[in-house]
Design a protein around this ligand. Sequence first.
Ligand code: C2O
Ligand code: CU
Length: 494
Amino acid sequence: MPRSLPLDVQLSRRQALQLGAGAAMLGFVGACSATNDTESAIGPGAPQVRAYAEAKARRFPLGNVAEYDLRAGPSDVDIGGARNAAWVYDAQLPGPILRANVGDRVRVLFRNRLPAATTVHWHGLAIRNDMDGVPDVTQPPIPAGTEFTYEFIPPDPGTYWYHTHVDLQRGRGLYGALIIDDPQAPANWDAEFVVVLSDWLTSRTPTQVFDALRDGTMESMPEMTSPALGGDAGDVNYPLYLLNGKPPADPTAFTARPGQRILLRIINASDDTAFRVALGGHRLTVTDTDGFPVEPVDTDSVLIGMGERYDATVTLQDGAFPLVAVAEGKGGQAFAVVRTATGCRPDPAVAPAELRGQPLTVADLRATDAARLPAREPDTTLQASLGGNMNTYSWTINDQAYPEHTPLTVHQGQRARLVYTNTTTMYHPMHLHGHTFAVARPDGSGPRKDTVIVLPGQTIAADIEANNPGQWITHCHNDYHLAAGMTTIFSYLS
Ligand code: C2O
Ligand code: CU
């Protein structure tokens, strides 16, 4: 384990712990289960999971087969002229854009050429439980040198992504965009820019950083805080932030013609960084989040947490414009050029005026009528209290660090309300697998999401139609928090 400061990483100087005694380490509670004698957990191999898949196949009788080969392996990637050792899909960073229609039979022949076991998770899709790619929950990890075929039917259109779900592999480069099209809904844009944002370690692995966080061997650094994030902006300061795998010095260039209407599909694939995104000289019209439509809202900038997606349309002016994603509260930025004319490339360090005001957040969004969850009283309310202890770098749900956990249990057909309460000084983008919840609001207007930022001190409830049986994890999408235990299981019982 590293005993000295990694050159490219520094730990934020965090205020002394203000965490209550409740967040202190508990003794080992064991793999306890809330089941009683007559109930048992519906596992990934259960007939209910097969029945779910068969019902989807009946719902989409005309689905085509969309076949992909995907290979994970070590590869040197070029980051602004420097070779960086990475683990990536198909030798590229980010991985290839995978695309299918709603209702297709997506079949991905996945080859693991990494020197370690791995899985692939299809983030945001309500697919059958046994294809969800969570190690030891929905499948055994895929051993090094072997293959696994993922087969599933994407039931909803929109912007999704895929990534490894093992250890801290994601930050080495194992992520890519996954776009589900709806052939019934013709595009009302002229072109599409897929924007994958990530934070990047140039000389350490995420595991080395995690070990330093755990050991307390990371040196403190200037405070990383953000009013928009309600406190701490992260645990790790990065040497680089990437947009589609490119650093600001060697940016991606998106080209179009003046007056064209563009759809931006923005995906935050980073481990520990929320981004504030703006396009210089333009306002954005946010139309979707996490694949589901919202009532369109105009904004100068958007705040996007790890795992979240925002789709926005914009009609392009004539010129060359900076697309900037500021690492919120950290100081660096990712950058690309949007060009509809020749002319000077914008300065990669530019701070467009659009970044100044309040960024759009989930609080500004309302689901479209069609996307709303029908009003219904919850049959069950489940509490997920988010805690942390910086002394031990332990992050918990209900005072337990996964794999220690007490499952949150539901029955198929129930309406569940999952209440996330953040007792820490840092935001947590909380993600639920296999479902798109509605952010609970008295008037039912809450947007549909699969990942939602819960600010320090905030409580956000997620309303869930429990219609996808299996074992699903809910966790913080900060990969260091996930690795430290901020996960539990949303468990269907029969
Ligand atoms: Cu994006 Cu549990 O994952
Ligand atoms: Cu977290």
